[in-house]
Write a protein that binds this ligand. Structure first.
Ligand code: BTN
Length: 332
């Protein structure tokens, strides 16, 4: 397990941060030593350990060190370097393998961990999907992340945070690939009509108070077609399939955390309204005819948007506006 606090940068994180301030340039050993307050020998030891972790760092005696290439492994130092978030990523835990990042985040939440903690795993043995389904989580290709939040909101309002994650994922996809993802109520992100990300929020609460919320986010980044299970309910894709080239897991993770941080501040300051507006703009079905399967009961009508509590609003042929709290929505 690799674990880090943002407020106390580890030497390796500080060195990566120096490299990121001067991309493609050499940083002298003397400068690293002075900035970090450590000896030149210690600098060398940390550079060696970064190399062992897969960083390609060139060393030229008269010039210093240059970062040539970062590995696409998720390490706290690399995720946190100059992240610039207010809350999200205050602590980052990267696991080689875990049952489920959501379960791990809940365990940390029960232990009193502060909000902003991010758990990411290279693979999950029991990745959790919605309604008890399984989330396929092979190693080395995707992002499996859970974020611990402690918002001062009522338990009733916590499901609204799912829309925040969905908007953040779409923004990160646009920023990293230039591709326009869309959202599907309540918690899917689609690319070319195929599912590219799933969101699963979990909560610990008392009647009138939230102890913590875990935002669970799974994004298919570099998964190949042959890695998807055959019994998928909904056609799936990955960013690499849609874009035709691999995506850096590190870059995507950092941008996603920054987007979540921005939207979380907005949510705390202004409520769910602005996040809902952003979500409705990303939903291709807004204003279109849809059919919703609510546990076998079919509702047809025009999707008009989200109610103030996150319910899906569908205006039926009789003019009645139905509020839907659970169901599968598809274009009619
Ligand atoms: C869905 O069914 O669409 C939701 C899938 C959510 C998967 C993510 S992967 C990271 C986090 N940990 C889990 O066990 N599940 C969520």
């Amino acid at each position: 397990m690799h674990f880090n606090y943002m407020k106390k940068p580890a030497p390796r994180e500080a060195i990566l941060s120096l490299f990121s301030q001067k991309p493609k340039s050499f940083v002298s050993g003397a400068r690293i030593s002075a900035e970090l307050g450590i000896s030149r020998t210690a600098v060398w030891k940390h550079i060696s350990s970064l190399r062992q972790a897969g960083y390609n760092i060139e060393a030229i005696p008269s010039r210093g060190y240059q970062l040539k290439r970062s590995p696409d492994i998720l390490m706290p130092e690399a995720i946190q370097a100059d992240l610039g978030c207010r809350v999200i990523g205050s602590r980052v835990c990267c696991l080689d393998a875990v049952d489920s990042t959501n379960l791990q985040a809940c365990r940390f939440g029960d232990d009193g961990e502060s909000e902003g903690l991010v758990i990411v795993a290279d693979q999950q043995s029991s990745g959790k999907g919605r309604v008890g389904r399984r989330w396929e989580s092979p190693s080395g290709v995707n992002l499996y992340a859970s974020i611990l939040l402690r918002p001062a909101i009522l338990p009733f309002d916590a499901p609204k945070l799912t829309f925040l994650s969905a908007v953040a994922v779409c923004r990160a996809i646009l920023s990293v690939t230039g591709l326009r993802a869309t959202v599907k109520w309540p918690n899917d992100v689609l690319l070319n009509g195929r599912k590219v990300a799933g969101l699963l929020n979990e909560m610990s609460a008392e009647t009138d108070r939230v102890n913590y919320v875990v935002l669970g986010i799974g994004v298919n980044l570099n998964m190949r077609n042959d890695q998807f299970p055959e019994d998928l309910r909904y056609p799936a894709t990955s960013l690499a399939i849609a874009k035709g080239s691999p995506v850096s897991r590190l870059d995507f993770t950092r941008i996603l955390l920054q987007e979540i941080d921005t939207l979380y501040q907005l949510f705390l300051e202004k409520g769910s309204g602005p996040v809902f507006v952003a979500w409705e703009q990303l939903c291709e079905m807004t204003g279109k005819s849809v059919r919703v399967d609510c546990n076998g009961l079919q509702i047809e009508g025009v999707m008009t948007g989200l109610a103030e509590d996150g319910a899906l609003l569908v205006c039926t042929a009789t003019g009645k506006v139905e509020r839907i709290y659970a169901g599968d929505v598809r274009p009619a």
